[in-house]
Design a protein around this ligand. Structure first.
Ligand code: C2E
Ligand code: MG
Ligand code: MG
Length: 477
């Protein structure tokens, strides 16, 4: 008879225990939610990313994380007050929920910052597309008591396993990309290690580059620019670095590091010194070919740059006409007046200036009129599509015509096939550079190439050659 008496005695604490557990679970869940929007919070997100990455790894899939930040939220908050700000955030959260693709999960990280996790992403491109859709959904006008507001958003995308292998890493990299999108006002950016100045990886590479320059392990290769009659118009010096452990490091990558760290002037001096030494040797051997050296906007803004170039020319006994400097349009963006002064100083010494990668920046040909440049290089992104894209062909045609009316020579970069060569000739372009003619070659090979061409210049092979393949340095195998 003890049982019926004991049962209620046991059942009371069991119920109590159960409800305590339930409350504890609810509390824990509450702790993982943002009280304003009801979306999961940062803590939840971090845990969720961990499990998503485990799953993705198991099935060999990608996962993507995007961080989304509203662009002018703080000023709206300050102007209209926190209550209005909260109501806007609620609307934003609702839009995010509606616009989420299936399987995606959203969280609010705090303030005006949201995150979206795609536990399975097909590719970086598809994740970017999702981010663009979300940014577009958030950027359409919002209504606040009859007041119409447009809050634009910026998003950064980081993908597992391409950009990071753990949750914190993925979050940090999406954050880096998001700041890039905000700064460049591009809406969405994908993480790129070469633009991330903070990774230990980059710091390591910077130290290695400094040592490689001191040890003269950085090389210059030379790529010909030829006219349509085959005459060699010049050579472009392109820097090459083979890292002892990593192998070839793409110039874009280590130049970005040098630029953001103060090593750029040193690299430019090194390149100028090496190129002028080579020009002097070639001249001594009877090879009178001008060489173009790329200089960064940093160099052009360094006081005394023009004078130091002139002094270096004199030291090598090379006439200024044998040197050309390639600058990009970005030179003009920072401090146009100082850039113009330096460029005028350089041309005053007789150095020719060439405007590189034309079409990728913001300057128009109108700005060009004021610049002492004598050559314009059409960026290879236009040249590459010339034969298939009528719009690009039209851009090239207009650029050639306008450049000619300003008295500039036009060089097309990245010419890889016969068809493009012919189109460019028909459009009135003056010279081409690209793998069709030759990839950048080490100095000895360049010497042999120049000698073999002699006064006849470069001849386009008549018969169609088997498709050439090029490795990542652009060398044709
Ligand atoms: P850039 O000055 O526009 O140089 C042309 C780039 O196009 C080179 O890439 C070259 O290898 C590549 N290229 C040439 N022909 C073809 C082609 O037919 N098809 C394709 N797809 N690509 C072709 P690279 O050597 O990787 O250099 C990249 C950029 O790095 C250069 O672009 C230049 O901005 C910068 N750079 C290279 N060397 C130096 C340097 O010594 N100093 C500075 N400041 N920048 C340099
Ligand atoms: Mg160049
Ligand atoms: Mg270029």
């Amino acid at each position: 008879m003890a049982k019926p008496i004991l049962l209620p005695l046991f059942s009371i604490p069991l119920i109590a225990l159960d409800s305590t557990l339930w409350i504890a679970r609810a509390r824990a869940e509450e702790q993982l939610r943002d009280p304003l929007t009801g979306l999961p919070n940062r803590q939840w997100l971090l845990e969720r990313i961990w499990t998503a990455l485990d799953d993705a790894e198991r099935i060999d899939a990608r996962a993507a994380l995007m961080l989304i930040d509203l662009d002018r939220f703080r000023s709206v908050n300050d102007t209209l007050g926190h209550l209005a700000g909260d109501r806007l955030l609620l609307q934003i959260a609702d839009r995010l929920r509606v616009a989420l693709p299936r399987g995606a999960e959203a969280a609010r990280l705090g303030g005006d910052e949201f995150a979206v996790l795609l536990p399975v992403a097909d590719s970086t491109t598809s994740a970017t597309r999702v981010a663009r859709n979300l940014v577009a959904a958030l950027s359409s006008p919002l209504d606040l008591d009859g007041l119409t507001l447009v809050l634009e958003a910026s998003a950064g995308v980081a993908v597992f396993p391409d950009h990071a292998l753990d949750a914190e890493g993925l979050l940090r990299r999406a954050d880096v990309a998001m700041y890039q999108a905000k700064r460049d006002r591009t809406g969405v950016e994908v993480y790129e290690s070469k633009r991330d100045s903070n990774t230990p990886d980059r710091l390591g590479l910077l130290g290695d580059l400094r040592r490689a320059l001191d040890a003269h392990e950085v090389e210059l290769h030379y790529q010909p620019k030829v006219r349509f009659d085959g005459q060699v118009a010049g050579l472009e010096a392109l820097v090459r670095w083979v890292h002892p452990e990593r192998g070839k490091v793409p110039p874009d990558e280590f130049i970005a590091i040098a630029e953001s760290s103060g090593l750029m002037p040193h690299l430019t001096e090194y390149v100028l010194e090496t190129a002028l030494g080579q020009v002097a040797r070639w001249r001594a051997q009877g090879l009178f070919v001008p060489v173009a050296v790329n200089v960064s906007p940093r160099d052009v803004h360094t006081p005394g740059f023009a004078g130091s170039v002139a002094a270096r020319l004199a030291r090598h006994g090379v006439p200024a006409g044998a040197l050309q400097l390639e600058i990009t349009e970005h030179v003009l963006l920072e401090d146009p007046q100082r850039a113009a002064d330096t460029l005028n100083g350089l041309t005053g010494h007789g150095v020719k200036m060439s405007l590189d990668d034309f079409g990728t920046g913001y300057s128009s040909l109108v700005h060009l009129r004021k610049l002492p440049v004598s050559e314009l290089k059409i960026d290879r992104s236009f040249v590459a599509r010339l034969a298939v894209d009528t719009e690009d062909a039209e851009i090239v045609r207009c650029t050639v015509d306008l450049a000619h009316s300003l008295g500039l020579l036009v060089v097309a970069e990245g010419v890889e096939d016969d068809e493009t060569w012919e189109r460019l000739r028909d459009l009135g372009c003056d010279a081409v550079q690209g793998w069709l003619v030759a990839a950048a070659m080490p100095p000895e090979e360049t010497t042999a190439w120049l000698r073999a061409r002699g006064s006849r210049g470069w001849q386009r092979p008549r018969a169609a050659l088997p498709a050439a393949t090029a490795d990542d340095s652009g060398r044709i195998a």
